[in-house]
Design a protein around this ligand. Structure first.
Ligand code: NAP
Ligand code: MG
Length: 402
């Protein structure tokens, strides 16, 4: 066996829960460690360890990501009441992804992994549509009230000293109703814009952003203005040199354009639009197991992961000794994303090349008809009869190709 590929700087490794924790170990053993002298700084974000450390391990892992710049994360359980009982937790710990996102102040980019034979529900979508969702404010930090008939609601703004600077009537209620207050911050919108412009440049894809500035003349208009200002000032030349462009238009127009596009664009969404549209895009491309995800911070730290969860239902089967056929592609992409980025930052061409070879071996394996059960009903290719492999067999088939 030839020498393994060396690494100079570690990637931050965040282990996780349930079926994805099982896949995690196998991916390393079968697809990475035989070829790479893997250097990681390991953090166990599995629920028992988060509980034992009062969730300190999650914060430590995020801080390590700031230090090293590249992390790879396994899916983790976000506990609810049922999990508190199942794992005898000290408390209902917060979502680790939320914690990491807060510390890195990052934007999540989700991109489908495209394979010949798996046709999206929208047949014109030939290239991935990458979706970026703003992860701050709007209805996710809103206050709401019920209002009774005859009542009134006002929007009151005060200055630093608490002195009222404006008061606008929202509505005199002629019947029982509802009211909602939302906000956002210039700084957060600016960070979001910069991270998106950098992503589009790095991947050389055009960037589309839509909001509703014709209706929301101050709120959504602020998003439009910030994006346009930053684009004109800092990115226009770079985009032109890279042969890409930025387009702002109304969200309705963007939705229509997306539907008839060939893909190959970065679709930038406000918080709510991103929440809703990411599920539509993921479903349209086939399987949750084929959706990759990366958290990028405005100062250039990267955390790669699969977009799906810990696949609990498969894990319970696995625990009973039953056969599982869980798709590991998105988790493999988390590793290849992190290794390729590590190689790029360190000038380690061999490492980046290895990551690309592993991706190609994975795609080739599926295109030859070897896949996990979730893909079987979606797969159609002339002359190829798809064969369902179990979780481990699929990884072994990729290793053979590799
Ligand atoms: P999930 O783990 O994404 O699984 C939902 C269903 O989607 C599965 O039961 C399975 O369908 C299918 N699926 C998802 N990924 C698959 C894969 N790789 N291969 C094959 N099928 C796949 O979502 P969930 O069941 O709602 O959540 C489970 C746990 O994950 C929860 O504790 C949640 O907190 C956590 N979670 C974590 C993250 C994260 O860390 N980023 C994200 C989401 C959820 P079938 O059962 O029909 O085969
Ligand atoms: Mg959603």
């Amino acid at each position: 066996m030839p020498d393994k590929i060396a690494m100079t700087t570690p990637v931050v490794e965040m282990d996780g829960d349930e079926m994805t924790r099982v896949l995690w170990k196998w991916i390393k053993e079968i697809l990475i460690e035989p070829y790479v002298d893997l250097k990681t700084e390991y953090y166990d974000l599995g629920l028992p360890e988060r509980d034992r450390t009062d969730d300190k391990v999650t914060v430590d892992a995020a801080m390590a990501t700031k230090k090293y710049g590249v992390a790879v994360k396994c899916a983790t359980i976000t506990p609810n009441a049922q999990r508190v009982e199942e794992y005898h937790l000290k408390q209902m710990w917060k979502s680790p992804n939320g914690t990491v996102r807060r510390i890195l102040d990052g934007t999540v980019f989700r991109a489908p992994i495209i394979v010949k034979g798996i046709t999206p529900y929208v047949p014109t979508w030939k290239q991935p549509i990458v979706l970026a969702r703003h992860a701050y404010g709007d209805i996710y930090n809103s206050v709401e009230s019920r209002v009774e008939e005859g009542g009134a609601a006002y929007l009151v703004v005060c200055d630093k000293e608490g002195k009222e600077v404006s008061r606008k009537l929202i509505q005199n209620f002629k019947g029982d109703g509802i009211v909602q207050g939302v906000h956002n911050l210039d700084k957060s919108i600016e960070n979001f814009a910069v991270t998106c412009f950098n992503y589009a440049l790095e991947h050389k894809i055009p960037m589309w952003f839509g909001a509703k500035d014709t209706i929301s003349k101050i709120y959504d208009h602020r998003f439009k203005d910030i994006f346009n200002e930053i684009y004109e000032r800092d990115y226009k030349d770079k985009f032109e040199k890279a042969g890409i462009y930025f387009m702002y238009t109304l969200i309705d127009d963007i939705v229509a354009r997306i539907m008839r596009s060939e893909g190959g664009v970065l679709w930038v969404c406000k918080n709510y639009d991103g929440d809703v549209m990411s599920d539509m895009v993921a479903t349209a491309y086939g399987s949750l197991g084929m959706m990759s995800s990366v958290l990028v911070s405005p100062d250039g730290n990267y955390e790669y992961e699969a977009a799906h969860g810990t696949v609990t239902r498969h894990y319970y089967k696995y625990l009973k000794g039953e056969e599982t056929s869980t798709n590991s592609v998105a988790t493999i992409w988390a590793w290849t994303g992190a290794l390729a980025k590590r190689g790029e930052l360190d000038g380690n061409k061999e490492l980046t090349a290895f990551a690309k070879k592993l991706e190609k071996a994975t795609i080739d394996t599926i295109e030859e008809g070897k896949m996990t059960g979730d893909l079987i009903p979606l797969f159609r290719a002339e002359g190829v009869t798809p064969v369902k492999l179990n979780s481990k067999q699929f990884l072994q088939a990729i290793a053979e190709k590799l």
